[in-house]
Write a protein that binds this ligand. Structure first.
Ligand SMILES: [Zn+2]
Length: 126
């Protein structure tokens, strides 16, 4: 667990508000800070991308719960999920293309019988 783990951040805030988070792994429950909760109505779960999912079963808006926790929606997402898009496309294809000069044999179609090897290559290429 890192410091930037949003789940532990949420649990930490719940602890501070005496909401008594209980759980294990990626599934937790706590008393909802947004309403007078006597039983743990708030579900806290970690999604597949590491984001925290909050759900008050008494019907509180998640935004309200976040407000009580003094958190924002962004706090529910791990910082790693934002810098995922790194794709490097090489320019090697362009080089290969320029190396192939357009040399087309300009023979008038005298030989119309296709070579067997050529026909087979075509078939395998689709
Ligand atoms: Zn609630």
């Amino acid at each position: 667990m890192t410091n930037a783990d949003p789940l532990s951040l949420v649990l930490d805030r719940l602890e501070q508000l005496d909401c008594r988070p209980r759980g294990w792994g990626r599934k937790w429950s706590a008393r909802c800070p947004a309403h007078t909760d006597r039983r743990p109505s708030l579900s806290i779960a970690e999604g597949v991308d590491g984001q925290v999912l909050l759900k008050c079963h008494a019907g509180c808006d998640t935004a309200e719960v976040l407000g009580e926790l003094d958190l924002t929606w962004a706090d529910l997402y791990p910082p790693d999920s934002r810098r995922k898009a790194t794709n490097g496309t090489g320019a090697s294809r362009r080089l290969a293309e320029s190396g192939r000069t357009t040399t087309r044999p300009n023979r008038a179609g005298t030989r119309r019988t296709p070579l067997p090897g050529f026909a087979g290559r075509r078939a395998s290429l689709g």
